[in-house]
Design a protein around this ligand. Sequence first.
Ligand code: PRP
Ligand code: URA
Length: 209
Amino acid sequence: MESKLVIFNHPLMHHKLTLIRNEETGTKDFRETVEEISMLMAYEVTRNLPTVEKKVKTPIATMKGKVLAKEVVIVPIIRAGIGMVDGILKLIPTAKVGYVGVYRDDKTLLPHEYYVKLPDKLDEATILVVDPMLATGGSASHTIDLLKKRNAKDISYVGIVGAPEGVKALQEKHPDVNIFLAALDEKLNDNGYIVPGLGDCGDRLYGTK
Ligand code: PRP
Ligand code: URA
């Protein structure tokens, strides 16, 4: 079984991606555009969410409507993943948010966990792990391992820019997890950065460099 890989191909997405790739785009525009891209992605990512019937009385008649069957939990990987949360919450305002803090060691490129705060009943929820950058795939794989240890079953990864190396690693480790990316780039460079990518997403979101 290989996970589904969805790369968004839409004029609005291309336009917004070009804006955040541009090294001259400042923090404010970068942050706002990451939020907009995340909101657009959420619409497609949630296309197959299960629904249940619910009776609703309109001013005219009673009918069977549909509502989401399961709770949605957004899990941003701190820091950069936080930049995607508000955009997704605009479409799914009732979603819960669980935080996982992982940073990548500059030299080994291996993930190091430093914070975890998650809601209960992950086994019953649809979980969206969000992090704009899928480089080696180490941070995403580590986070998904951690969620599975807490019984999570229905997990998708939502990112903005991915490298083929990261997609392959994630598909090998977690073949049951669907991957959604706004763009799939060429490769990783020797420092583990995505080429052409957009640079260090956390630094660009929060102005730390
Ligand atoms: C970045 C990014 C991902 C990770 C991707 O985070 O936000 O979490 O790198 O790389 P990987 O696929 O090789 O694991 P970083 O470690 O720079 O931390 P930050 O978000 O706190 O800046
Ligand atoms: N993390 C980033 O923020 N950017 C990359 O290109 C790779 C990892």
